[in-house]
Design a protein around this ligand. Structure first.
Ligand SMILES: [Zn+2]
Length: 331
């Protein structure tokens, strides 16, 4: 847990703040807790031995790091942030409660919920409803990379099998899914397209060739990842109609530079202009000047400016005049 209670005027204190030693207690069960600061781990509070079973215990380090990171970035946006806000009547402890002030001066509260592990869709709906009853305008779900492990490294259009709760959110809101890359302090917005399988040909009992219909995959989707900013914006849902608003809140997409790719190395002695590399690596396969470098035994490495990821152009197969090129990313 990141928040504890302390006697005196402090009241509710955050582990990440510069705290003087003192007696801290768990806000949930009031058992004494101790402030833990490590160089690697995120500052947090832990129950002292012998505590009763408590909903605030047993939290993953990843989950605490994600909360700390989001709180810091939201505060940098000027938002008012409360960590681990308890709503006992709703049996809810909101990971990060954010207050936005609109132009008219009205406050709107957003419950940001971080998922580092699987969650049942019914539980998701329960928490969302509880948040509404607790006065929140919307619940914003943020997944860690462990829930969408390849989100950071796949090429555009790559097919991924998505967890059920992520599919539910996509179907409900038709908006990108927020994935937090804690290590790189990056927010990835993952949008999806339907993945379709072509039909197969077969011969019927009369010996005529026929085609079976193609099919739309359910759990597997094509994914497209783009960077997001830590700024919140209203998102319209799919059930919006005149007189019936259907809004939630999402992260604002980052403004992508005209050319998100920059050539790091292009050896030997060949430096193509980088200004026209405005497409993803898979589409760069058409660039004959890059290919000729690889054909001549040279190397081409690009960096994606928004994710900082390095990509290498490699020749995978070469037989006769035909070559098959592939991209490979560097961990
Ligand atoms: Zn406790």
């Amino acid at each position: 847990m990141l928040v504890a209670l302390r006697e005196g005027p402090d009241g509710r204190v955050e582990a990440g703040k510069d705290l003087t030693p003192g007696d801290f207690r768990c806000p949930e069960c009031a058992w004494p807790v101790v402030l833990k600061r490590g160089r690697v781990k995120v500052p947090h509070f832990a129950h002292q031995p012998g505590s009763p079973a408590c909903a605030s215990g047993g939290e993953s380090v990843t989950h605490m790091r994600a909360k700390t990171l989001l709180a810091r970035r939201f505060r940098a946006q000027g938002y008012e942030v409360v960590l681990e806000e308890a709503h006992p009547a709703q049996q809810r402890r909101v990971d990060v409660a954010v207050t936005l002030i609109d132009r008219a001066g009205a406050a709107r509260r957003i419950a940001v919920e971080i998922q580092d592990s699987a969650i049942a869709v019914d539980e998701m709906k329960r928490r969302t409803t509880a948040d509404r009853h607790a006065g929140f305008f919307a619940t914003l779900w943020v997944f860690t990379l462990s829930r969408l492990r390849h989100a950071r490294s796949v090429l555009p259009g790559y097919e991924l099998r998505l967890p059920e709760e992520i599919r539910y959110l996509i179907n409900r809101w038709r908006t990108p899914i927020a994935v937090l890359d804690i290590e790189h302090e990056q927010l990835l917005l993952v949008s999806t397209e339907t993945a379709v399988r072509d039909g197969n040909s077969y011969y019927n009992q009369h010996g005529d060739e026929q085609w079976s219909a193609g099919r739309v995959l359910k759990a597997t989707r094509e994914v497209y990842t783009s960077p997001g900013e830590f700024a919140l914006t209203a998102v319209q849902g799919r059930y919006a109609a005149p007189g019936r608003p259907d809004y939630t809140v999402g992260f604002r997409p980052a403004v992508e530079p005209e050319c998100p790719w920059r050539i790091v190395t292009c050896l030997p002695n060949h430096t193509p202009r980088s200004t026209d590399l405005s497409v993803a690596p898979s589409n760069l396969l058409q660039r004959s000047d890059l290919l000729s470098v690889v054909d001549d035994g040279g190397t081409v490495t690009l960096t994606h400016l928004l994710t900082g990821r390095l990509w290498h152009l490699v020749v995978a197969v070469a037989y006769g005049d035909h070559r098959s090129y592939r991209w490979r990313f560097q961990e």
